[in-house]
Structure formats: C-alpha cells, structure tokens
Design a protein around this ligand. Structure first.
Ligand SMILES: Nc1ncnc2c1ncn2[C@@H]1O[C@H](COP(=O)(O)OP(=O)(O)OP(=O)(O)O)[C@@H](O)[C@H]1O
Ligand SMILES: [Mg+2]
Length: 286
C-alpha cells in the first residue's frame, strides 16, 4: 500500500525516457520530466521543436516510440479506450488552434465533456454561459464557431478546457493569435484560475509573458531534448547564451535552426546575391 507521503509526492505527470520520431527524424529524444501536483510547468522552444508532439504523447493522441508516460501514476497507453475516455474527464485541453467542433453551437462545444458525463441540457447551457461570462464573451452561447474571430475562438477554447473543472490542464500556445490586450486578459484569467483551483498545468509558450505570469518551472525543449529545466527567476537571470538568445528573441546566436528554417535564416547573406532574389531584383528593374 502506498503511504500518504508517497501519494503527496507522486508526480501528476511523469515522462521517462520518451522517444518519438517521424520519418526517421527524432522529435523527442529521451525526454524525462516530472510535473508535481499543483505545479504550473511551461515548455518553451522554437517552432517545430516538438512541443505539441509532447502534449499529444501525454494525451495518448500520439504513441511514443518508447519510454513511459504516467498520469496520476497510471500508464495511459496500457488502458482500454473506454478507460482512457473516463480518465480524460480529469483533463482540460486548450488546443493550439482552439479546435472547436464547427457543427456545434458555442455552448455545446464548451459543455462537451459535461454532456458526455450525462449532465442535462439546461444545466449544461447554464454552466457554458457562466464560463462565457468568465472569459468575457457573454451572450454568444448560440453562435457557431464560424461566426467568431480567432481571439474569440481561443477564449471559447479556454472556457471549454476548464468547464468540467479538471485537475490537469494543457494549454498549447494560449496567447497565439491574440492582440496584446487580449493576451493580457487571457494571461490574467489563467493565472486567476490557477490560484483558485490549484490545478496542475502544462503550458506551451513561445515567449516569456506566460513564464513571468505564472510558471513554477520552465523547460526549454531544444533539438529533441530538455535543454534545461529551471524556475522563471533562474531563467531570467541565466547567462546561458542559448537561453538568452531565446528570451531576447534574437536571430543571432548559438541556436541552430532546423532545415525547414535555415532557408530563411542565412542572415549574413546579401539578399540581392541569392539566385531567387536576383530574379526578383532583375524583374523589379525591368
Ligand atoms: N503527425 C505528424 N506526422 C509527421 N510529422 C509530425 C507530426 N506531428 C508533428 N510532426 C513534426 O514534428 C515536429 C515537431 O512538431 P510540433 O507540432 O510538436 O512543433 P511545435 O514545437 O509545437 O511547433 P510550433 O511552435 O510551431 O507549434 C515538426 O517537424 C512536425 O513537422
Ligand atoms: Mg505547436
């Protein structure tokens, strides 16, 4: 039998030696990571670093090539589909592109998990409307996702992620596509939520705004590995050249870009000398 102490100290999410490749390209290369109960963990990294793949592996949407992933001490890959669906009730997920169901009105999107758990329609609508108030979008419960702007969809996605009061929330780029004011609103909403509900969260972020706002721990994913794991304060003070380049958002520095990005990244080259540019320059002269 597990002692109360070991229950307290058991990580909520635990990854051990996780590998994932696509067409021979290693995206996750021996990732080990523990996220403790109540912790706000933020993963930062370049575009294409594997951040979304990491979340999808934890959720069981992608199968790692090897390694173990435990959520609440259980290996979800060993569960039946039915068992996994039941466990998903303790999870909230804000997808990178909001991923709302186009055919359903906003309220039904938000209350999706509650309806599946058997909540009556009237109560589900009421709960969805409460959530909409909370994210600053009252009165849109009957609209369809196609009628909403990108920022509104993001806020509906956030309402859906938290509507069933999950223990663990994953946020994939919660601020992407939002204007600066709305970014601030969403950051404060998430921060308040964490203070009130003591959820455990894993957030993917491109920049430092969320890190500064509410992270306990930050992991930088780089070339398939956890390059460093540290607190937000340690990250701010770090003199590591690679971390500094990322924090300061500079193109120059030790970060090696993936082959997809290097075409764009030869910053010392004279653009008028590249073959493609020469064609454009010549055309412009004509
Ligand atoms: N289902 C898939 N099949 C093949 N390759 C994939 C698949 N999913 C992701 N990849 C590849 O894995 C790499 C990491 O993708 P991922 O979406 O995790 O990046 P990311 O760090 O989330 O980037 P971004 O910040 O742009 O969202 C990319 O090269 C991507 O093309
Ligand atoms: Mg991503």
């Amino acid at each position: 039998m597990t002692s109360p102490l070991s229950q307290i100290t058991q990580p909520k999410i635990s990854l051990s030696h996780v590998y994932k490749s696509f067409q021979g390209r290693k995206v996750l290369d021996d990732i080990s990571l523990d996220i403790m109960p109540g912790e706000s963990h933020i993963v930062i990294g370049l575009s294409g670093a594997g951040k979304s793949v990491l979340i999808k592996c934890i959720l069981g949407l992608l199968k790692p090539d090897s390694g173990t992933i435990l959520v609440n001490g259980e290996n979800w890959l060993e569960l039946s589909v039915d068992q996994r669906l039941k466990r998903m009730a303790c999870i909230g997920m804000l997808f990178q592109g909001a991923a709302l169901f186009d055919s359903m009105p906003v309220w039904e999107n938000i209350a999706f998990v509650l309806l599946r758990q058997g909540m009556a329609k009237a109560e589900a609508v009421e709960r969805a409307e409460e959530m909409l108030e909370w994210v600053g979008l009252p009165g849109i419960a009957d609209k369809k996702p196609a009628e909403l702007s990108g920022g509104m969809k993001k806020r509906v996605g956030l309402a859906r992620a938290i509507c069933h009061r999950p223990e663990i929330i994953f946020y994939d780029e919660p601020l992407a596509g939002l204007d600066p004011v709305m970014s601030d609103v969403i950051t404060k909403l998430i921060k308040r939520l964490h203070e009130r509900m003591h959820v455990t969260s894993l957030t993917i972020a491109h920049n430092m705004k969320l890190v500064d706002a509410f992270s306990d721990q930050v992991s930088m994913l780089y070339e398939g590995k956890i390059y460093q794991q540290l607190s937000a304060a340690e990250l701010r003070l770090s003199t590591d050249p690679l971390l500094r380049q990322f924090i300061e958002g500079r193109a120059e520095g030790p970060i090696r870009f993936s082959s997809e990005a290097t075409d764009k990244a030869d910053l010392n080259a004279d653009p008028s000398q590249s073959r493609k540019s020469q064609t454009i320059f010549n055309k412009e002269r004509v």
